[in-house]
Design a protein. Structure first.
Length: 558
């Protein structure tokens, strides 16, 4: 095959250690062990996809079996062994894909083959890719050979999931963890490739490719291939917008605008912006992950150095993010983050993920957070993404806006499972507000107000996890009434004059009140049976049997 017809990931695959992108520490350790002739029985390379595990394994095999390992011009004056290994046809270097050959019989054939020495080179080398796919029996069959192999036999393993390899195998290997390639190293590599390909791409496009590849050289070359295959016929230069369309990557400015509108509780605008993003073909999961990225930068931009080099944001975008971060409380940002993480877990449960994301955004608008008062007048400030230099407001105007903000009533926001109240607190005249400080207070107030059904649910079907001011976290059993959350929040609002958040958790929580009472009765029964009075009574009445202890005060209350 003509080299020019190869895909970039194959065409620019390193053939010697000097060509590797990154991994300099690992290369240094390997080359030193070869020079000192202290070569391990087995090597294990682990890391994410596309960082060079199999490539290093092949280069290592070439280094071990090179006719003249001390020469520095292997590419120009390649020996016969190195050439055959590079073309995967060397008789003494066997490369096996453990994903397709997972059984113990395959490993037994390998061990049987290892009984014979190398034919034309110094070492017989077994390269096993995706070694974690081997069965438990296959790993056990390898153990003895791994620990005490013949002097001429070397194993090289590669895997993306090292945690699936038995510890007995790991302890017999010299392990090398390959790191993600740094942003700058990968960017410089792509610049070099584009220069060799005699292509002229905007550096912003290369930065976008590096960002999307997440430290994987192979992924970056595959993305670069896609760009070059979509070159315009008229020879005009590909712009960043066109590249984003090719990759299905959308402009993050939309999310910044969406967050601004979300914090202003502008539901119509929020949904309009999201639907624009969705109509570009963006998957809901990708949107949530991009949303998380903006939230992360919003919270940590002060602690991040050289952020511009590692993202596709402009200086104007960062100015908007910084201005916004100064007006939003950290608690709000962290709440947004937690809701995003939960959404990623829940989104697979919904058939129409697009609708689920819309409801997720609406839920965020109803999060109660006092810090949002500072954002109520955000529309007074011009954050147009097309303007890089916003007009500087006068000090008097700023003070006026701040005073107006401080006088605004904070929008009240509830948990998603609660029904929104149609009557606001300002309209509802509340007298004799009750203070509820504990779960037992809540049950007592239910009793005083003759809310017997609510009291029953709290005692029999609710497991308390935590009880804080205006915030109750619970788990429940299958007998809980479906209207329980609605009824409880409504009553709490009536009794306390404040809105309460009821969080439903998957945690186990404490035992129900009913379970605790039954446990106490069993303990009392056991104590009674162990008392002297019971022992005297059983002597007088041998057939005496106590099965239950009744609390007369409790029964009268019920």
């Amino acid at each position: 095959m003509n080299k020019n017809n190869k895909v970039l990931a194959i065409k620019y695959r390193p053939q010697v250690f000097d060509e590797l992108v990154g991994q300099s520490i690992i290369v240094q350790a390997i080359t030193k062990s070869i020079s000192l002739n202290k070569i391990p029985n087995a090597f294990l390379f682990t890391g994410i996809r596309g960082v060079g595990k199999t490539t290093i394994a092949r280069i290592l095999a070439k280094s071990l079996n090179c006719v003249d390992p001390n020469k520095n011009d292997c590419l120009k004056n390649e020996c016969n062994n190195c050439k055959q290994i590079a073309e995967s046809r060397h008789i003494d270097v066997l490369e096996m894909d453990a994903a397709s050959k997972t059984g113990v019989d395959d490993v037994r054939d390998l061990i049987e083959f290892s009984r014979y020495g190398p034919t034309s080179s110094k070492y017989k080398i077994f390269i096993i890719d995706e070694v974690h796919m081997l069965s438990k029996q296959a790993f056990n069959a390898l153990l003895k050979t791994l620990e005490e192999p013949p002097k001429y036999l070397k194993f090289i393993f590669a895997t993306t999931e090292v945690n699936k390899i038995p510890i007995t195998v790991l302890s017999r290997c010299q392990r090398f963890d390959l790191m993600r390639i740094s942003f700058d190293e990968l960017l410089n590599f792509l610049k070099k490739v584009t220069a060799l390909e005699k292509k002229n791409l905007d550096e912003k496009i290369l930065k976008l490719i590096v960002k999307m590849s997440e430290g994987s050289v192979r992924d970056s070359l595959s993305l670069l291939d896609r760009i070059l295959l979509n070159e315009k016929e008229d020879g005009s230069k590909i712009d960043l917008k066109f590249a984003q369309e090719i990759f299905g990557y959308f402009d993050k400015n939309y999310i910044i605008d969406l967050i601004f509108e979300l914090l202003k509780a502008n539901e119509e605008k929020v949904l309009e912006l999201y639907r624009k993003i969705y109509n570009q073909g963006i998957e809901p999961k990708i949107f949530i992950n991009s949303f998380l990225e903006i939230i992360y930068i919003l919270k940590n931009h002060k602690n991040l150095s050289d952020l511009n080099s590692a993202s596709d944001f402009t200086d104007a975008d960062f100015k908007r993010i910084k201005d916004l971060s100064n007006k939003v409380d950290n608690k709000t940002i962290i709440l947004f983050w937690e809701f995003c993480i939960n959404m990623l877990k829940e989104i697979n449960l919904v058939k129409n993920q697009h609708l689920a994301v819309e409801m997720f955004l609406i839920r965020l608008m109803y999060l109660k957070e006092e810090s949002l008062s500072e954002i109520k007048k955000i529309d007074h400030i011009n954050y147009s993404k097309n303007e890089e230099n916003n007009e500087i407001e006068s000090e008097d105007h700023k003070k006026k806006i701040k005073n107006e903000n401080n006088n605004q009533t904070v929008n009240q926001i509830k948990f998603s499972s609660q029904e929104q109240q149609k009557v606001s607190l300002d309209e509802k005249k509340l007298t004799n507000k009750i203070k509820i400080d504990s779960f037992s207070d809540l049950i007592s107030i239910c009793m005083l107000n003759k809310e017997i059904e609510l009291k029953y649910e709290l005692e029999h079907n609710v497991n308390l996890i935590s009880f804080k001011h205006n915030n109750i976290e619970i788990s429940f059993n299958e007998n809980l009434n479906k209207n329980f959350i609605k009824n409880l929040t409504s009553k709490l609002l009536d009794w306390t004059g404040e809105r309460w958040i009821i969080l439903l958790s998957k945690k186990t929580g404490f035992k129900t009140i009913k379970e605790l009472k039954n446990q106490n009765k069993n303990d009392d029964l056991a104590s009674l049976k162990d008392s002297n009075s019971y022992k005297k009574a059983i002597k007088l009445f041998p057939d005496l049997e106590i099965t239950k202890i009744k609390d007369l005060e409790e029964e009268s209350n019920e």
